[in-house]
Design a protein around this ligand. Structure first.
Ligand code: NAD
Ligand code: DAU
Length: 355
């Protein structure tokens, strides 16, 4: 038995593969990743020499490759993480998001359908296609709205969230029409080790340590529901193991926080763990032009996954963010490695003079 993971060199995918294979009795993993700017083989360095991990450099849009991987490895499940994932990049260049998140998911679904359709009865019944998605498909909440449940209407507002919503709809339709045994999880904002420093929390940590401005969009009062990445991974494992076919499960941290409070928390931890002789890190906070179409608030109602599968996050924000800051302090080489020319080009394009 094997599982096929897509996007397993990215932030969440690599955490998932590392956690999965930390169990000595775990099934092997075939890890398909195109190694875009967000994919990093160094994330998987602890698996060097581990025969249970087969890394394949390739694109989910390559149908011949997917067919070959499914035929060769006969995975009992596909866990689909691969995506273009950064909202700001989707505003500058939505094309890549349509290609990977929509067309790529379509190709993967078609390959999975053909493979699954030809399986013998027992393997066919056991097969799963698990689609990893986001809470952003539900749109933006008002301050007094209840958190998103699985029945909220889809109201995506950015090119990224529209492309993820499209992929969710494809997955749903492939179940409804063809019977493909799918599961979908919609998760809130993740943070933790191996998070690429284009996203809020790792960007704030690496900029603060470099004495650079901490760019807060608009008034900094936008709210996200933060979940430690290892808890997202355990939620996915719970749904893969026991989720009902064709169902969606929201995964979240019960932890709504305004961006400015996130940034101040990171600053306070750095003041404690790596004091800067030049002064407190909060001095670096810089309010910058808001993100176009910026969603004001996300929050997840995670009662369904708890009720049906007994899942709850293990970390609080206080424990998870401390571990995260410590990880970045301990892994300066990793940070240095991802700050390539293309990363510097992105930072300069996005933040211009504030850098
Ligand atoms: P990421 O950008 O860190 O990693 C994406 C990975 O996919 C990279 O390794 C990249 O090389 C790979 N990839 C991109 N295009 C590909 C293609 N065409 N073929 C094969 N591989 C390709 O993303 P992430 O933050 O780890 O997110 C993983 C998944 O989780 C995404 O589907 C995202 O929508 C979803 N998600 C993310 C969050 C979050 O907070 N980061 C929250 C909820 C859901
Ligand atoms: O909600 C789940 C989503 O969370 C995932 O689907 C996405 O893949 C993931 O990137 C994340 O999207 P966000 O847009 O919420 O994450 P980001 O880290 O880009 O931004 C978090 C908040 O911080 C958001 O309100 C924008 C703000 N922000 C972000 C950056 C990069 C800033 O104020 N300054 C910044 O420099």
């Amino acid at each position: 038995m094997t599982i096929l993971v897509t996007g397993g060199a990215g932030f969440i995918g690599s955490n998932f593969v590392l956690d999965w294979l930390a169990d000595a009795s775990a099934e092997p993993v075939v890890n398909l990743d195109a190694l875009t700017y967000a994919g990093n083989r160094a994330n998987l360095a602890p698996l060097a020499g581990d025969a249970r991990h087969v890394f394949v450099h390739g694109d989910i849009g390559d149908r011949a490759l997917i067919d070959q991987l499914l035929a060769t490895h006969q995975p009992r499940a596909v866990l689909h993480f691969a995506a273009e994932s950064h909202v700001d990049r989707s505003i500058h260049g939505p094309g890549a998001f349509m290609k990977t998140n929509v067309d790529g998911t379509f190709t993967l679904l078609e390959a999975a359908r053909a493979h699954w359709g030809a399986l013998p009865a027992e393997a066919k019944a056991a097969f799963r296609f698990h689609h990893v998605s986001t809470d952003e498909v539900y749109g933006s909440l008002k301050p007094t709205d209840p958190p998103f449940t699985e029945t909220n209407p889809y109201e995506p507002n950015s090119p990224y969230s529209a492309s993820k919503a499209a992929s969710d709809h494809l997955v749903r339709a492939w179940h409804h029409t063809y019977g493909l045994p799918v599961l979908t999880t919609n998760c809130s904002n993740n943070y933790g080790p191996l998070h690429f420093p284009e996203k809020l929390i790792p960007l704030m940590i690496v900029n603060a340590l470099a004495g650079k401005p901490l760019p807060v969009y608009g008034d900094g009062q936008q709210i996200r529901d933060w979940l430690y990445v290892k808890d997202h991974c355990s939620g996915i494992r719970a749904v893969l193991a026991g989720g009902r076919l064709g169902e969606t499960y929201n995964i979240g941290g019960w932890n709504e926080m305004a961006n400015i409070d996130i940034v101040k928390t990171v600053c306070a931890l750095l003041d404690e763990m790596k004091p800067d002789p030049a002064g407190q890190y909060e001095r670096l906070i810089t309010y910058v032009t808001d993100r176009p179409g910026h969603d004001r608030r996300y929050a997840i109602d995670a009662r369904k996954i708890e009720r049906e599968l007994g899942w709850r996050p293990a970390e609080t924000f206080a424990t998870g963010i401390r571990k995260t800051v410590q990880w970045y302090l301990d892994n300066a080489d990793w940070v240095h490695g991802v700050q390539s020319g293309s990363y510097r080009d992105w930072v300069s394009q996005q933040y211009g003079a504030t850098r």
